[in-house]
Design a protein. Structure first.
Length: 411
């Protein structure tokens, strides 16, 4: 429901490809990807995970295709999946051909471990005949040995050259239905590699920090790399590579895009103050409880939980809805305007109930339905708190006064 203030949607122009029915690049919404952790041969288990990823915000899901059973599994998974399926291929070109036979929407090839030109060209040729795109998935940890020798290490130049070599082979069979990734677990290397790649080609780019590790540090690393590039207009599809339930990957990807204003809000955005000495409530406990209960509703709204009524409603005036802690009371506000004052023990229920009405009736109607006494009651509550705590907990005005005197100010 909340409105963008700054627009990061300016993207570098890239060619558009279709991964099944999902467009990637060329101005299409940036997509979220994840990868299943089940054995692909376990059709029901893999489909259950794909549905969970879809519910968490994944637009495209990758499954490994590492043996015959996996390829056979793909043939059953593809027609029942709610999202396009990408087959992940390492070492064996036959697995790429089998995955194409299974009807996947895209292949991912790693140029570092599928190296024979004739095999690569055969796969590209077959993909071309079927209209299936390929992701050239370069990885800093598995470059062609020649490139390590030439550059001495996995440098941005080495990563880009790996992608360009693969593109050249594809070009020999007239195939360019591609997207490209140059992932590294080292974030600065990843950023520089994508920047260089973005200069060199106009194919859609799949962003990711590989092997980012478990949350929360994995999420921080992946976000540092992916968000930096997205803010520069680079990147058309993203994946968080976390050592965690892949649902967390999909959720993180979706949340990042929503936070950057690059995708419509699909779920809750809970903002909460960090709390401080002014807080009249246990902000951490209240925010957790609000998050748990609001997430269950699936409402796509921004809700604020603020520790005090002195600063809370003003600081969170952009939120669709919020609650701020007063003295044994909660001030419920919509877009910064107090609409009701409730007892402390009723804060969460009041927040939930107002969220439901907000979704049903809209902001204007709920502002019109505000308790006419709410503002006056809130003001009295704030004034009582000023009396009790003082308006300036940090004694800032006294300090400023002393500084001015010392510097010979006039006031
Ligand atoms: S809203 Fe109030 S309690 Fe929360 S950080 Fe700001 S001043 Fe402190």
């Amino acid at each position: 429901m909340s409105r963008p203030v700054v627009d990061l949607a300016m993207r570098k122009a890239t060619k558009q490809i279709m991964v099944g029915k999902v467009p990637v690049g060329g101005g299409a919404p940036i997509t979220v990807q994840s990868m299943t952790t089940t054995k692909t041969a376990d059709v029901e288990g893999t489909l259950a995970q794909i549905y969970a990823l879809y519910a968490a915000g994944a637009d495209i899901v990758r499954c490994t295709c590492n043996d015959l059973e996996a390829a056979e599994g793909l043939a059953q998974i593809v027609p029942r999946s709610p999202v396009p399926i990408v087959a992940d291929i390492h070492f064996h070109y036959e697995m790429a051909l089998a995955a194409l036979e299974a009807g996947v929407a895209c292949l991912r090839l790693n140029p570092g471990n599928l190296r024979k030109p004739e095999e690569i060209k055969l796969v590209a040729s077959e993909a071309k005949d079927r209209g299936v795109p390929i992701r050239i998935g370069v990885n800093a940890g598995s470059l062609h040995p020649e490139l390590y020798k030439k550059y001495g290490n996995a440098t941005p130049e080495a990563m880009v050259e790996s992608a360009l070599r693969e593109l050249a082979l594809f070009g020999e069979v007239g195939f360019d239905d591609v997207k490209i990734s140059v992932k590294a677990s080292n974030v600065p290397l990843m950023i520089e590699s994508y920047r260089a790649l973005s200069e060199a080609v106009n194919y859609p780019l799949h962003l990711g920090v590989t092997e980012a590790g478990p949350p929360p540090s994995g999420i921080v690393k992946a976000t540092a790399g992916i968000a930096t590039l997205l803010a520069e207009g680079i990147g058309d599809t993203i994946r968080y590579s976390l050592t965690a339930d892949p649902v967390e990957e999909a959720r993180a990807g979706r949340q990042l895009l929503e936070a950057l204003g690059l995708r419509e809000r699909k779920g809750l955005d809970l903002i909460a103050c960090p709390s401080c000495g002014r807080a009249e409530i246990d902000v951490i406990a209240l925010a957790k409880e609000a998050q748990r209960r609001l997430e269950e509703t699936g409402y796509p709204i921004q809700v604020a939980v603020m520790g005090c009524v002195v600063n809370g409603p003003g600081e969170a005036r952009e939120a669709d809805l919020g609650i701020a802690g007063g003295k044994h009371k909660g001030h419920l506000f919509i877009r910064g305007k107090i609409v009701r004052v409730v007892k402390e023990e009723e804060m969460i229920d009041a927040l939930l109930s107002e969220a439901e009405k907000l979704m049903e009736e809209g902001v204007e109607a709920r502002l019109a339905a505000a308790d006419p006494n709410a503002e006056a009651e809130a003001r009295a509550d704030r004034e009582a708190l000023f009396e009790l705590r003082g308006q300036d907990a940090n004694l800032s005005s006294q300090k400023i006064e002393r500084i001015r005197k010392r510097l010979g100010g006039t006031e």
